[in-house]
Design a protein around this ligand. Structure first.
Ligand code: UT7
Length: 324
């Protein structure tokens, strides 16, 4: 039997840089209450959102991904030629071909990049980070840019108050590269395909969700996935400095944090609440929340962050990372 040479693997991987991008247009709850039957108090109390950003005509999944990706590469102190692979997690491009990743690579000047899109909806960034880490670990990629970028306003029915008040537009990015020690833990991922109908697209290509059912699922099933990710990394809840769940609803974020604290997470664990001023940006929410927390001085290099994403599929994924 012929044996083939395998790529030279590395001992570990880490996030080398982070970046994010948001459109300029700020939309408040009062703005939304002018076009649908909702109000500021309800949205703040039930979802936790104060304002969000909506894309303008010039903003696309690709343009926001390019802005976030360029910032992540600069943050890593690298240039585009230092990267060889681009993954764009998204579920909102207007057309499946050409994929966003090839366009993003070209616009960033990452020549002849391996590039592909990945759709695990709001869990997409954690799926992408898991794949990026494994690509670098195995030696298949030198350094990979993984981006979550979404223009949800393209698929939201602006008159549907169960989705239009939640979703928003943004991109978040991370550069993944080799490390002497593992600083990205193994991914804990999976799907609950029996619940596939809970989030989907209508015939008119608008997103719908069975809000209460998804809420119940997220508040009961996601903390155990986060605990599994910790276990896979050889850590316990007390080791977590910052919890960054997908920013779906502030009440879901708080429920996950409460469950982890019951399992030993510290009271002073920082909990991402980026949804308050960014809304639910699907696959962009986790890397953007990390980037914003760092800019606000709430997380620091070396902090242990626990990431967990969840959404349509229903899909979920989580892992531990050491902050860059
Ligand atoms: O990111 C992907 C994964 N998605 C999620 O994780 C979303 C999970 N679900 C949720 O976040 C919540 O279920 C929603 C935010 C979508 C809805 O919040 P809720 O607390 O579950 O509201 P509800 O649908 O149970 O409605 C409660 C009440 C109803 O009124 P009555 O029947 O009690 O009189 C609704 O008609 O609130 C009313 N309502 C609203 N009122 C003002 C529903 N939506 C609105 C609204 N503004 N936008």
């Amino acid at each position: 039997m012929t044996t083939l040479r395998r790529a030279a693997s590395v001992p570990g991987t880490r996030i080398l840089g982070l970046g994010s991008a948001q459109p300029e247009q700020v939309v408040t709850n009062d703005d939304l209450s002018k076009t649908m039957d909702t109000n500021d108090t309800w949205i703040r109390e039930r979802v936790g959102i104060v304002e969000r950003r909506f894309a303008g005509e010039k903003d696309t999944v690709v343009s926001m991904a390019v802005e976030a990706g360029a910032k992540a590469i600069a943050d890593a102190g690298l240039s585009p030629s230092d990267l060889d692979t681009v993954i764009v997690a998204n579920c909102t491009t207007k057309s499946p071909i050409p994929n966003a990743a090839a366009q993003v690579a070209e616009l960033l000047g990452i020549k002849a990049a391996g590039g592909f899109d990945l759709n695990a909806a709001c869990a997409g960034f954690c799926y992408g980070l898991g794949v990026a880490s494994d690509l670098v670990l195995s030696g298949s990629s030198k350094r990979t840019l993984v981006i979550g970028s979404e223009k949800l306003t393209d698929i939201v029915d602006p008159t549907d108050r169960s989705t239009a008040i939640i979703f928003a537009d943004a991109a978040g990015a991370a550069v993944v590269g080799p490390s002497d020690e593992p600083r990205i833990g193994p991914v804990a991922w999976g799907t609950a395909g029996d619940l596939v109908e809970m989030i989907g697209m209508t015939e008119r290509q608008h997103i719908y969700q069975e809000g209460q059912s998804v809420f119940r699922w997220a508040t009961t099933k996601i903390a155990p996935i986060a605990l599994k990710a910790l276990d896979l990394a050889g850590l316990t809840p007390a080791d977590v400095d910052v919890l960054v769940p997908h920013q779906a609803n502030l009440r879901i974020v708080e429920a996950i944090a409460k469950k982890l604290r019951k399992e030993g997470a510290r009271e002073d664990m920082v909990v991402a609440d980026d949804i308050v001023y960014s809304g639910n940006t699907s696959s962009a929410s986790i890397p953007m929340a990390m980037d914003h927390l760092r800019a606000a001085g709430k997380i620091h290099s070396g902090d242990v962050a626990l990431l967990v994403g969840f959404g349509a599929g229903l899909s979920y994924a989580g892992q531990v990372v050491v902050c860059p």
